[in-house]
Design a protein around this ligand. Structure first.
Ligand code: 16G
Length: 243
């Protein structure tokens, strides 16, 4: 690593960028311990406070994790998402110890198209919420989700719904648990808009996911089209050999 103290770029930021580059190149591998704050500080002749700021930011961004009394380690860059269990984004991030959040990109109350009405099995014409959100983990954009939910299964929605778990709201509103989903995965390349929103390069690999999700009583309540970052997700499917 090379720190330029004359540079207008703050030192903590230079450290962050270089640690990120070492992770991306594989020089620093998942679960490897990082040098201590003291070692970094001595190596570059800078204060431990500056090192701490850089490492804390990298922890918040998900590149590193800390273990009490043991030190700081490199995170797996990719999240493993099991394809079995049906979870909401909020549940999924919380179970990983990450902070979920959402940014609303667009909201419209639309009239059903024939296609949507057929997928959702709702009346046609009927009113449908179309909610487009960026989903973030520790403030890092992970996916863009465009969700279609029949108005009659969700009622009026406002900003506070968009910021929190839609699945929780749906279960409460219908007094019925969510029970199953059908999901299709397809590889694609990020469009310019998607790339800007997700903070990746245009053309970078993404995974398109279409999901239709059902309540326990068999009613489809959601059809969602999502774009997941290919550099952040590995989808894992556990299989039993058929006999
Ligand atoms: C997941 C679902 C998405 C659902 C969201 C609800 C996939 C591909 N998508 O991200 O369909 O709308 O969870 O999350 O897994 P929420 O309850 O946190 O709003």
């Amino acid at each position: 690593m090379n720190i330029d103290k004359q540079s207008p770029i703050p030192i903590y930021y230079q450290i962050m960028e270089q640690v990120k580059a070492q992770i991306k190149s594989g020089e620093l591998k998942p679960d490897m311990p990082l040098p201590s704050e003291r070692e970094y500080a001595e190596q570059f002749g800078i204060s431990r406070m500056t090192v701490r700021q850089a490492l804390s930011n990298l922890v918040n961004e998900g590149f590193l994790y800390r273990q009490k009394g043991r030190g700081t380690f490199v995170s797996k860059l990719k999240m493993e998402q099991a394809l079995q269990g049906l979870t909401s984004f909020t549940e999924d991030m919380k179970s990983r110890g990450m902070r979920p959040s959402s940014r609303l990109i667009d909201y419209q109350l639309i009239d059903s198209t024939e296609e949507l009405a057929a997928i959702l099995g709702c009346g046609h014409p009927s009113r449908i919420h179309k909610i487009t959100r960026v989903r973030l983990a520790n403030d890092i954009p992970m996916a863009i989700e465009a969700s279609h939910i029949p108005f009659e299964l969700a009622g009026e929605l406002n900003q506070s719904h968009f910021k929190s778990s839609i699945y929780e709201h749906i279960e409460r509103y219908n007094s019925t648990p969510i029970s199953r989903a059908k999901q299709e995965l397809e590889p694609s390349a990020a469009t310019q808009d998607e790339a800007n929103i997700l903070g990746i390069q245009e053309g970078a690999p993404v995974l398109l996911i279409k999901r239709t999700t059902y309540l326990q009583n068999g009613t489809a309540f959601e059809h969602v089209k999502s774009v997941y970052r290919g550099d952040r997700y590995t989808f894992v499917h556990y299989m039993d050999r058929l006999s």
